[in-house]
Design a protein around this ligand. Sequence first.
Ligand code: SF4
Length: 208
Amino acid sequence: MANTSRAPVPAGADLGEIRAAARGCRACPLWERATQTVFGAGPPDAALVMVGEQPGDREDVEGAPFVGPAGKVLDRALEEAGIDRDLVYITNAVKHFKWRPSGHRRIHDTPNERELAACRPWLDAEIELIRPQVLVALGATAARALLGREFRVTRHHGEVVHRLDGPPTIATIHPSPVLRARDDVRAAQLEGLVADLRVAAELLRGTA
Ligand code: SF4
């Protein structure tokens, strides 16, 4: 196992400076096989921050989060929930694409606890600087990072979790499984994602 430390977030830096510093991060081994660091994107004063797991294949190439097929699902879900994506800051718990080869394809591989811990300072810095009103965790990995290892998205998705150390947080599914779902369950999965995002929309309006 290669060395894993903690991401070197520069003290007192603004979001742009932190984004620039993250480009050279070597705090865990994931940078070695990825094309580039994929940092969060969106307004620096966003009321809503959404956290996914890690960049995917397209995101790794383009250098921006949620621009691939899963991002299209998220776009649609946000629109149906009445949330303007342009007003949302979107990031990931881990900033480099972790993958394994399968023929000519690069297949997503789940980041482990050490990689999540190494990358955590970047995520903490984003949240601390943006100070959103609401956080949304997309999928089990992001939920574990924000709400603890015991949290189960399957049981508690769509619930508002009030935390002492951060803004109210809602967990929901990651949009990727919606893409992979069988035709007969895809619509229900998307509907579930939209319903959870509507809770975030209500929180932002102060009606939840
Ligand atoms: S995944 Fe995170 S901690 Fe690991 S090298 Fe990339 S930016 Fe650094």
